[in-house]
Design a protein around this ligand. Structure first.
Ligand SMILES: *Cc1c(COP(=O)(O)O)cnc(C)c1O
Length: 378
């Protein structure tokens, strides 16, 4: 869901992409993005396309033909990164883990030792296809000591989970507007630290993408204000308003809200015999991957939720197809009401689909978790 203030921002009259008022909006957006990524990085801006363009922007700008990139692969988005690395003419070294589990920090360290001269390590912080939260904060020092850059996909963590770009020694990160920032899809915030900017400026070859070449885009977003492409004006209105909402709530409060609602959902699911499919201790608050009980028809349940409750949950992807449901609780959608609605809907639909439950059990389970959270905060 998107906050009404974001929707109204998109209906405001258009101005030019070099209008002084738009330039002021760009400055405000960059400042709020830095405060969201928790970075001082000067080169912080929204790429004019969806999250995958942010992924591509990081990789095409930092990799040159012949470079080696270590990529963590435990879901859809790590797999996508290896594809882009190959298209850059670079060599991907995939460090794999089963879908639903984290990539062990030691496995990355080992790959760095066996591939000296690696240009970068790319890893997904919040793997939306599996519901796993990767402990990226452990990687920064190891990657830096090996002389490589750390690139982090924060599409489903920015604004939902703690992410500290500077403290965690992340050299480049990208995100998307439509996940925890609760904005329509269309922009991809990116941030490049000083070491990444140095690599960008020391390239021997031009990045293979003209549109995503940050050496040119930074001249539009930086002090020079040189036309590169026409910024999607209304989308930028939306992003600025969404970022204002993030900071009116406060980052820490927003993270805590996502955690609280995840805990309540998990408790409610447990009360009707459903468990999360992602690794215990590394579960996302923003995307809850639920193991489908044996004998229950995946599609029948999802269709009933949509038809009877106007509620859409995701199916599993790749090897998890038919095995998990993915329940998003991101940004504006991470509410008490949505937690209770999905639990009530599952309680109603599951008995018809072959999984007996005691009516009301899920709501009681969630209620106890909410009460415990309220007690804990006084
Ligand atoms: C959604 C997502 C992307 C891709 O973003 P698009 O906006 O669909 O291009 C990349 N990485 C992760 C982890 C995502 O969840």
């Amino acid at each position: 869901m998107v906050h009404p203030r974001v929707l109204s921002a998109m209906a405001k009259p258009l101005i030019g992409h070099l209008d002084p008022a738009f330039i002021e909006l760009m400055n405000d957006t960059a400042r709020l993005l830095r405060q969201t990524f928790l970075t001082e990085n000067r080169l912080t801006l929204p790429i004019s396309a969806t999250g995958s363009a942010g992924m591509e922007a990081c990789l095409v700008n930092l990799l040159e033909p012949g470079d080696t990139a270590i990529v963590g692969v435990n879901g859809v988005f790590g797999t996508r990164m290896t594809d882009i690395v190959e298209r850059c003419g670079a060599r991907p070294v995939a460090v794999e883990a089963p879908w639903g589990r984290i990539i062990e920090t030691e496995a990355i360290a080992k790959a760095l030792r066996s591939h000296p001269g690696t240009k970068l390590v790319a890893i997904v912080h919040a793997e939306t296809s599996t519901g796993v939260l990767q402990p990226v904060e452990e990687l920064g020092r190891i990657v830096r000591d090996a002389g490589a850059l750390l690139v982090v996909d924060s599409v489903t963590s920015l604004g939902g989970h703690p992410l500290r770009v500077d403290d965690w020694l992340i050299d480049a990160a990208y995100s998307g507007t439509q996940k925890c920032l609760s904005c329509p899809p269309g922009l991809s915030p990116v941030t490049f630290g000083p070491r990444a900017v140095e690599v960008l400026h020391a390239r021997r070859t031009k990045p293979q993408s003209w549109y995503l070449d940050l050496t040119m885009i930074e001249k539009y977003w930086g002090d020079e204000r040189v036309y590169h492409h026409t910024a999607p004006i209304s989308m930028n209105y939306a992003l600025l308003e969404a970022l204002r909402l993030v900071h009116e709530e406060g980052l820490e409060a927003r993270w805590a809200r996502h955690q609280r609602h995840h805990n309540a959902l998990k408790a409610g699911l447990a009360a009707i015999g459903l468990s999360l499919a992602s690794q215990e201790g590394h579960q996302l608050w923003t995307l809850n991957s639920v193991a489908i009980p044996a004998g229950v028809d995946d599609l029948a349940v999802r269709q009933a939720l949509l038809a009877d409750f106007n509620l859409e949950i995701g199916g599993g992807l790749g090897p998890l197809k038919g095995k998990v449901w993915r329940i998003g609780l991101m940004g504006e959608s991470s509410t008490v009401a949505n937690v209770l609605l999905v639990l009530h809907a599952l309680e109603t639909v599951l008995p018809r689909c072959g999984h007996a439950v005691r009516g009301g059990a899920a709501l009681e389970g969630a209620g106890r978790a909410f009460a415990a959270a309220a007690g804990a905060t006084g």
